[in-house]
Design a binder for this molecule. Sequence first.
Ligand code: RIB
Ligand code: CA
Length: 342
Amino acid sequence: MSRFMRIFHHLIRSVVFLSVLSISSVHAAEKIDLIIDTDPGADDVVALLLALASPEQLNVLGITTVAGNVRLDKTSRNARLAREWAGREDVPVYAGAPKPLVRTPIYAENIHGQEGVTGVPIHEPAKGLEQANAVNYLIDTLRAAKPGSVTIAMLGPQTNLALALVQAPDITKGIREVVVMGGAHFNGGNITPVAEFNLYADPHAADVVLKSGVKLVYVPLDVTHKILTSDQRLKQIASLGNQAGKLVGDILNEYVKNDMAHYGLPGGPVHDASVIAYLLKPELFSGREVNLVVDTREGPTFGQTIADWYDTLKQPKNAFWVENGDAQGFFDLLTARLGRLQ
Ligand code: RIB
Ligand code: CA
């Protein structure tokens, strides 16, 4: 081959290589700037481990804690514990609202245990909380963020974000979307016959967020009750042979017992981790834009979410309602990411 042909051949190969590289970089999803607002909570801990094990996809800016499953001091301690178990003490934790906006506080120690995490021994984590309050952190971070750049994973009552929105309505500019674990439509609630715990624990906060106009995705019981543990799935996790696999196996073994007994199901949901899985692999889930309202009236429907799935009332669509999910795909993802941890 002449010298000219060798140079020409090399040139063609370089052009092909560079164009493939640029296409793959375009298709490689952008990293998500993420704030996780949470009330750990057994399933919150699993969600935090899944998120913190996925740094190439999720840039977790901070964790904000709220009272919910247990009181604020314990949800904050448990968020620090999850961070330590994930080996991610680089992520700051900010404590937020100690109680709901209006209603009397409720907790779920009967489900999550007195310490707020089932099935495993608890210790005081080495690294502490940040000084700033979570609400001020949300306001400062969202005001400083590029427009529409920050995603919020909302894993507990929405009190912190509601307080931030009341104090600084302009922060909606910095929010890309809020992905909420909460609500129930087709198959009823878990804390009352019609209401799901996170919405029931602070429906007024959910109403403030709903009316703020931020882009909302709801991951309700409608889908989390289709993504259930099984002996095989829990064995898959426990057999990872690392601390994270042992912790999650033990946490979930205990956590799912209540739901299995209550619903007579062969397994239990991992509610909050479904939100993180939605962010990591949205193709595992399906749903539709709906008009969503939350009932804040005292009485039997307090905290109920009404998702107009068939657009009966022809009202404006204000939330994407996730209704289905690939259960095995979820557990394969969870197991693989936990396998990355210590
Ligand atoms: O109803 C389930 C939700 O309430 C989950 O977020 C669980 O952690 C509790 O907060
Ligand atoms: Ca939670």
